[in-house]
Ligand binder design. Structure first.
Ligand SMILES: Cc1cc2nc3c(=O)[nH]c(=O)nc-3n(C[C@H](O)[C@H](O)[C@H](O)COP(=O)(O)OP(=O)(O)OC[C@H]3O[C@@H](n4cnc5c(N)ncnc54)[C@H](O)[C@@H]3O)c2cc1C
Length: 426
């Protein structure tokens, strides 16, 4: 490991690594790099982890062991996955918990606190403003919320973990209208609600998803258990601003309808409202690294476009980046270029297929086909469903798609047979 030198003769602090953004990706990178002994600064624009608690936190149970997360970051465990279309519902059940709902603020706080215990410095309420390359390092400038003053530090490596905002390496946010087919934009809004015990029990132990025109055209809706008598109720829309499937513009309308029809009670206390827009770049055309700057998590589109599940993948990219940065700082590699190939290998064909499915499923204007898709999913076991929605395994995708095509074919055939019979009898 290379020590941090301070021979510049000014009062600017020197770091091996400055990480901008304490989301899952930045937190994971900070945890790994500080554990390896690198002098690490983690900057976060929000003043507390509760401030941007936007993510629903649904994930497969394996996330705990895969990323060494403690049970304290779990909101609730789930043995069931339930999917409802406009006209049908199906439930998959396991004897043991198969999925969980993370408490997003606790995950981010845990990663940052672990990094602090390893010796990293965490600075909340600090917004990245700019950076400039100088020989062997970058000067990173940020603004502190507490006094409105601007400060600068020196970093041998700078990590952009600002999520979909891409503030450091790309420096601008793309919109659906700007980039048309080159990006998939997903916008989600969610309430954390307190409900009576019997309402909570109807949704406890289960990840409930809602698809189709009734619940959320061009996207999906969800109800997740969070903690005793608290649920996360949300809706997400893909390609906002575009009408592939007819819909009302206000996403709030669908959220209110979901609450009214599913919770069926006036005794709902809204504890928190949050939301965010995520921009996914098709075929991962983002910039991964440039000189001593590297981007992680949603800043390089690690979120899966089919499900908009992104916490695991952000954690993974933070860990992969940390290894690459370590090799670079220890001069085992001359640059950070191999990070891109490692990330591409991680996402691989699975993300490409997810892009295709996203464009097919969420742009489907015929609601009856959404119900047929649910029927096709019914053919899958819980393990195969998890392979599809959490691991995007090609075998599961092909199995689903083959059954769906068969059902479509059957529908056309029975439709034709019916019209022939009607024609004959007429
Ligand atoms: C409504 C919604 C529901 C979701 N539900 C799920 C789910 O159920 N399961 C799942 O796995 N994923 C879900 N996701 C996706 C998941 O939350 C993201 O993919 C994941 O958080 C990405 O992690 P990240 O660290 O790359 O970015 P982020 O979590 O976005 O973190 C980026 C951080 O950078 C900070 N930042 C930004 N700009 C600056 C700046 N200039 N200076 C300093 N700091 C800055 C931000 O404040 C933020 O803390 C959901 C997303 C949305 C929008």
């Amino acid at each position: 490991m290379i020590p941090a030198y301070s021979f510049f003769g000014d009062d600017m602090d020197d770091y091996d690594v400055v990480i901008v953004g304490a989301g899952p990706a930045g937190g994971a990178a900070a945890r790994s790099l500080s554990k390896s002994g690198f002098k690490t600064l983690l900057l976060e624009k929000e003043k507390s982890f509760a401030a941007n608690d936007f993510s629903s936190g649904g994930a497969p149970i394996e996330i705990l062991s895969d990323f060494q997360l403690p049970e304290t970051v779990v909101g609730a465990y789930c043995r069931e996955i339930r999917i409802s279309a406009t006209q049908a519902t199906h439930v998959w059940r396991d004897d043991a918990p198969t999925a969980l709902v993370l408490d997003f603020k606790k995950v981010r706080a845990f990663l940052a606190e672990t990094a602090e215990k390893n010796g990293a410095k965490l600075s909340l309420g600090c917004t990245y403003r700019a950076h400039a390359h100088e020989t062997g390092h970058s000067v990173v400038t940020f603004k502190k919320a507490e006094n409105g003053l601007t400060e600068s530090v020196r970093a041998k490596v700078l990590i952009d973990a600002t999520g979909s905002d891409r503030r450091v390496l790309t420096g601008r946010t793309k919109t659906q209208a700007d980039w048309k087919n080159d990006v998939i934009v997903g916008r989600g809004i969610e309430y954390l609600v307190e409900v009576p015990e019997q309402v909570y029990q109807a949704y406890a132990d289960c990840l409930s998803f809602y698809i189709g025109a009734k619940w959320m055209p061009q996207g999906y809706a969800w109800i997740f258990p969070m903690q005793a008598n608290c649920l996360k109720v949300g809706v997400g829309r893909n390609f906002p601003g575009m009408q592939f499937v007819p819909h009302r513009a206000a996403m709030r309308d669908y959220l209110d309808q979901l609450m009214a029809e599913c919770l069926k009670t006036d005794q709902v206390n809204i504890l928190d409202r949050h939301g965010k827009t995520i921009v996914y770049t098709c075929h991962h055309r983002d910039r991964y690294a440039d000189q001593n700057v590297i981007a992680v998590g949603d800043a390089v589109s690690t979120v899966n476009p089919l499900t908009f599940e992104g916490i695991r993948h952000a954690l993974k990219s933070g860990e992969i980046a940390a290894r690459q940065v370590q090799d670079f700082l220890e001069k085992k590699t001359a640059n950070l270029k191999t990070y891109e190939s490692e990330m591409r290998a991680y996402c691989g064909m699975k993300w490409v297929v997810s892009e295709l499915l996203t464009k097919k499923i969420y742009r489907e204007p015929e609601d009856e086909k959404m119900t047929l898709m649910l029927q096709a999913l019914k053919a899958l076991s819980l393990a195969a469903l998890k392979d599809l929605v959490f691991d995007y395994r090609l075998k599961a995708v092909m199995c689903f798609y083959a059954v769906y095509q068969f059902l479509l074919f059957k529908r056309i055939f029975s439709f034709q047979a019916k019209s022939t019979r009607t024609g004959r009898s007429g």
